[in-house]
Design a protein around this ligand. Structure first.
Ligand SMILES: [Zn+2]
Length: 281
């Protein structure tokens, strides 16, 4: 990649990270978050309110908190409806469109670019496990915590970018990549329940999912070591894993992904801006 392109790309990444969150209110509903593709929104409604987003029920905590998010290529118009005794209403939510980057990566082992048909069954099984973990809807309020960065390291990949492996366009990249040496610590960006521990998935290598509650989960991939067990509760800042270069990678880094159920969100919008992620290589 040409230097000026790399600079521009990192500048855009930094800009995205600093995109301010916004508060919107209508009637008894208060929303706070990033009204943008890849953004997460936290909400508050009076106790006992029934809510639907685009016709699908949203689950509220006992004190009326909820979360939802928008995918990479999400339509820009959404409808939030609420209903409670004696009052109901609708809120139109318009979100902003994002621009995504193209990243060219050469030198990827061909077995990962065009997997052997014999590994199809293994990849399907990996995907089934990941989807099942992300489908969980735990009664945990950790999704309300302001997130912290899970590792130190240079920002080497951003959400939504499209990668071209050895000249072949692939699915978009949904993770935030932090370059760090194998063995570097990975900390829980927010508390949660460990719902998936897999030491060796085909594409993602050492893979860990921490569920923050109400559909919000973090996935950490390419790990060299996982320091927690499935079913374990972790608190924000706990050591949970070690950076590695397992699965389809060109070098050791942490790849952190955030989901709202199956919808992939931008992790960088959840953490505060960090000066060293904005530096040039
Ligand atoms: Zn990655």
């Amino acid at each position: 990649m040409k230097v000026w392109k790399k600079v521009l790309w990192l500048w855009l990444a930094a800009l995205t990270a600093e995109a301010a969150s916004e508060q919107r209110q209508q009637g008894p509903i208060v929303l706070d978050g990033h009204f943008i593709q890849g953004g997460m929104v936290l909400g508050t409604a009076p106790k006992g309110t029934q809510l639907t987003l685009n016709g699908k029920a949203l689950r509220l905590t006992g004190d009326g908190r909820f979360v939802f998010g928008f995918g990479r290529d999400e339509p820009l118009s959404h409808q939030l409806s609420w209903h409670r005794p004696g009052q109901s209403g609708q809120m139109a939510i318009t979100i902003n469109k994002r621009k995504y980057d193209i990243q060219k990566i050469n030198g990827v082992a061909s077995k990962y670019v065009n997997p052997d048909p014999n590994v199809d069954a293994r990849i399907k099984e990996d995907n089934r496990k990941l989807a099942a973990a992300r489908k969980r809807d735990e009664n945990l309020g950790y999704f309300l915590q302001p997130f912290i960065w899970p590792a130190e390291g240079r920002l080497s990949g951003v959400y939504g970018s499209q990668r071209i492996f050895n000249g072949e366009p692939r699915n978009p990249h949904y993770g935030l990549d932090l370059s760090a040496p194998t063995g570097a610590p990975v900390y829980a960006p927010a508390g949660g329940l460990v719902t998936l521990v897999e030491p060796d998935m085909y594409f993602s290598g050492g893979t860990l999912i921490v569920d923050h509650g109400y559909g919000l989960s973090s996935t950490f991939i390419h790990l060299s070591k996982i320091e927690v067990k499935a079913g374990q509760r972790v608190e924000q800042g706990d050591l949970i894993a070690r950076v590695g270069a397992t699965g389809r990678v060109t070098g050791p880094h942490l790849d952190w992904r955030v989901n709202w159920f199956s919808t992939r969100l931008d992790p960088q919008l959840l953490v505060p801006p960090r000066s060293d992620t904005q530096k040039r290589k």
